[in-house]
Ligand binder design. Structure first.
Ligand SMILES: Nc1ncnc2c1ncn2[C@@H]1O[C@H](COP(=O)(O)OP(=O)(O)OP(=O)(O)O)[C@@H](O)[C@H]1O
Ligand SMILES: [Mg+2]
Ligand SMILES: [Zn+2]
Length: 424
């Protein structure tokens, strides 16, 4: 299925010492491994480095070159997009709406109203970053710095606009009953219905919904966004773009903190990038994501100096079957017992099996002591791992940073459908 491969040999960076890594093109690859095993190093620094070097031009002897002995297959990639968790802006003057370009469309809509035309207000009037329409007391920030004797200065809502950021004359203009300040207070979700039928605004809003950010307010300052939110905003901005050529997307843990339902939505978006002819490489802990990948690269076996090696690579099923020794060790560590039992997932829940059976059965497994649930092999159950998680009668949390294709799922619901291997 891959259209080609990027092969890095002799990778040397941090704890990755002399590894050979191959990334398939035109498919979705998940890079897994325990914390500190070298995932971000391999993907975010080495792979990104060699591609960035290539983009910068052949003469560049930049970061990537120094990280590995030789590289092949880069010529198939036209563009590198690294969707990281760095802030989208460092001042409260940039926000979700300004970053995605949505605010440009909104300001034009306001300038197009009869009230704005009568007053001669252009789109610039509806910016809080330039003088004209903004509140000058706070220069459009909505708050002012208050100097306190003997204490560090602090911020208070602006006494004039009370946080609205605009002057009263600007707020005389409404669009379908809302002022520009009120529009900035809308969540993405309510804005999507408010702007339904306005293509320019709809496109940005739809992509933000697509990456599970419906709950954010349009005017939420960049400084108040989490790393994961910033990453998904970048992804949304990228999804809006018309795509030309072969793009390689790199993402480091894009599902951090996401609700499982939103993980699914996000994955659909990432897979659509592959469908459009791109390559996606994600560093990922979420086993539902890993199970849905076309290719898995598992780093380990542990963190730091004991990691940095590629312990398995292949399809999720191949990696789950994996080398016995590695699998068994992880299994024991996760379960905290050798007597781990497994409940095969299926319409009829039969007796728990020992872990020898687990190798081939797959599904949800539980340890009698910890009451944790484990996702075992995908093989043999006839049900893909992602689907097993989705259909699980047990509510599962996103897995903690854990290892390889095995994930600890702690129960959140109090209703326990079957006590794993109790009394056996
Ligand atoms: N700038 C650095 N200088 C030296 N060592 C580093 C540096 N960054 C990371 N390391 C080390 O390299 C190893 C791999 O780190 P890396 O960030 O790649 O791990 P990871 O697999 O992405 O982990 P996590 O899941 O926690 O993000 C770790 O032992 C880490 O301490
Ligand atoms: Mg990392
Ligand atoms: Zn003000």
């Amino acid at each position: 299925m891959p259209t080609g491969w990027i092969r890095l040999s002799g990778v040397e960076r941090h704890n990755v010492r002399g590894a050979d890594a191959a990334f398939p093109l035109g498919v979705f690859t998940a890079v897994t491994g325990v914390s500190g095993s070298g995932k971000s190093t391999l993907v975010g620094q080495v792979l990104a480095g060699v591609l960035a070097d290539r983009q910068a031009g052949e003469e560049a002897t930049g970061a990537g070159e120094r990280f590995c002995a030789s590289v092949t297959g880069l010529e198939a990639v036209d563009r590198l997009v690294q969707v990281d968790q760095k802030p989208i802006g460092r001042t409260p003057r940039s926000n979700l709406a300004t970053y995605t370009g949505l605010f440009d469309a909104v300001r034009k809509l306001f300038a197009g109203t009869d009230a704005a035309r009568e007053r001669g207000y252009t789109a610039g009037r509806f910016s809080f970053n330039v003088s004209g329409g903004r509140c000058e007391t706070c220069q459009g920030e909505g708050f002012v710095s208050v100097e306190l004797l003997f204490l560090p200065s602090t911020y208070a809502p602006c006494p004039d606009c009370h946080g609205a950021r605009y002057n009263p004359r600007t707020l005389d203009v409404t669009l379908n009953g809302l002022t520009i300040a009120q529009v900035l207070e809308l969540t993405v979700e309510s804005a999507a219905s408010f702007f339904a039928g306005t293509p320019a605004a709809e496109r940005a809003l739809t992509t933000l919904l697509d990456v599970g950010l419906g709950y954010l307010r349009l005017g939420q300052p960049a400084t108040e966004l989490s790393g994961g939110e910033a990453q998904r905003i970048k992804l949304a901005a990228e999804l809006q773009r018309t795509r030309r050529g072969h793009t390689l997307y790199l993402l480091d843990e894009p599902t951090t903190g996401l609700h499982p339902a939103d993980v699914e939505v996000l994955m659909r978006q990432l897979h659509s990038l592959v469908d459009a002819g791109g390559t996606v490489v994600v560093v990922e802990h979420d086993m539902a994501v890993v199970a849905g990948a076309d290719h898995v690269i598992d780093l380990g076996p542990e963190g730091g100096d004991r990691g940095g090696r590629i312990v398995a690579a292949g399809t999720p099923a191949e990696v789950a079957r994996g080398p016995g020794a590695v699998r068994r060790r992880i299994w024991r560590r996760r379960c905290g017992t050798d007597r781990a039992r497994m409940i095969p997932y299926g319409p009829t829940r039969s007796e728990p099996y020992g872990d020898d059976r687990a190798r081939v059965s797959g599904g949800l497994c539980g340890s009698p002591r910890s009451h944790s649930l484990f996702i075992a092999a995908i093989e043999g159950s006839g049900m893909p791992l992602g689907q097993a998680v989705a259909h699980s009668p047990v509510r599962v949390q996103p897995p903690k940073p854990s290892s390889s294709i095995w994930a600890t799922m702690s129960r959140t619901g109090s209703r326990v459908p079957a006590r794993p291997a109790a009394g056996r």
